[in-house]
Design a protein around this ligand. Structure first.
Ligand SMILES: *Cc1c(COP(=O)(O)O)cnc(C)c1O
Length: 293
């Protein structure tokens, strides 16, 4: 436990659970978006291991992915806190993003991220920590176990016995480890690939106890704009006063609406953060559907 003693063991854990009503149905929301101003959501859980453990030799983190990724931003915060260099590889940065950086990209740059267009180098030296895209790695289990323990404690305190936990998936890492550590059913949906892709991602990390996957009839492509995603995002904000993420939560709530409407169990929805990423998404949505420039 370290970092000049400035990070207490409580920081970046223990988010509140709130009750909301959406479309006349009650839900509980685990507000991991409120963990911290800069280091929040499921990326704070997934990278907790790298915040809390000693890495004597490490001076640099290398990762890759998309230019507006939530994981990229959270890694930039981690590296700033740990005083590590951060090299982030992308295929290409479009000119309009270079000239007008916003959201995750802008903030990651201001945290000192080195953005590199091209392939991740094949040889990573022993002073460098390599983090795969989206933080899909076994070390993520530490922080997600703590998340599960918080949920178990809350369920005990509120005497909630019949509980289902829902969260939308990217790599599926968060849902998988939650199911590993929770005595309740974990339900998810796939946002970046199809259901087969998500099953495969689960299998890469663990062979058993996979979360249940629910889906919609229509195929959605990650990062594309859909009117129904924008609509449900606005409905949620209006009815609950909570802002949810547009990439994962909009699809997540459409799945909840379709499959869990008549579910008798209490439902706990995990808010996994990602709100900084909304800035660039909302700009695109406004331009496309509200004709606001
Ligand atoms: C990264 C992210 C996810 C997906 O998490 P996985 O562990 O990759 O499934 C979901 N929601 C938000 C807001 C995210 O930032």
């Amino acid at each position: 436990m370290l970092i000049d003693g400035t990070i207490s063991s409580m920081k970046y854990t223990n988010s509140p659970i709130e009750q909301i009503t959406f479309n006349n149905k009650k839900f509980f929301i685990k507000r991991d978006d409120l963990l911290d101003k800069d280091f929040s959501g499921n990326k704070a859980r997934k990278f907790y291991y790298f915040l809390k453990n000693d890495f004597k030799n490490i001076t640099k983190v290398v990762s890759y992915g998309s230019v507006q990724s939530n994981a990229m931003y959270s890694l930039s915060v981690l590296c700033k806190l740990r005083k590590w260099d951060f090299d982030y590889y992308v295929d290409h940065v479009a000119d309009y993003i270079k000239t007008n950086p916003i959201g995750n990209y802008k903030e990651a740059l201001s945290n000192g991220m080195n953005i590199i267009e091209g392939k991740v180098p094949e040889n990573i030296d022993t002073n460098t920590l390599f983090i795969p895209e989206g933080g899909a790695l076994k070390e993520a289990s530490l922080g997600i176990k703590i998340l599960a323990q918080e949920i178990i404690k809350w369920a005990e305190q509120t005497n909630t016995k019949d509980l289902k936990v829902f969260l939308p998936s990217g790599t599926g890492t968060t849902a998988l480890y939650l199911q590993k550590y929770l005595p309740f059913e974990v339900i998810t949906c796939s946002c970046v690939g199809d259901e087969k892709y998500l099953e495969k991602q689960f299998s890469l990390l663990e062979k058993k106890k996979h979360p249940k996957i629910i889906s919609l009839d229509k195929k959605y492509h990650f990062g594309k704009l859909y009117k129904e995603f924008y609509e449900i995002h606005k409905d949620l904000k209006e009815q609950t006063n909570i802002e949810f993420d547009l990439l994962y939560d909009s699809k997540g709530w459409l799945c909840v609406k379709k499959h869990l409407k008549t579910c008798k169990s209490s439902i706990l929805y995990i808010h996994q953060g990602g709100l900084l990423g909304n800035i660039s998404m909302i700009q695109r949505y406004k331009y496309k559907y509200d004709k606001i420039i």
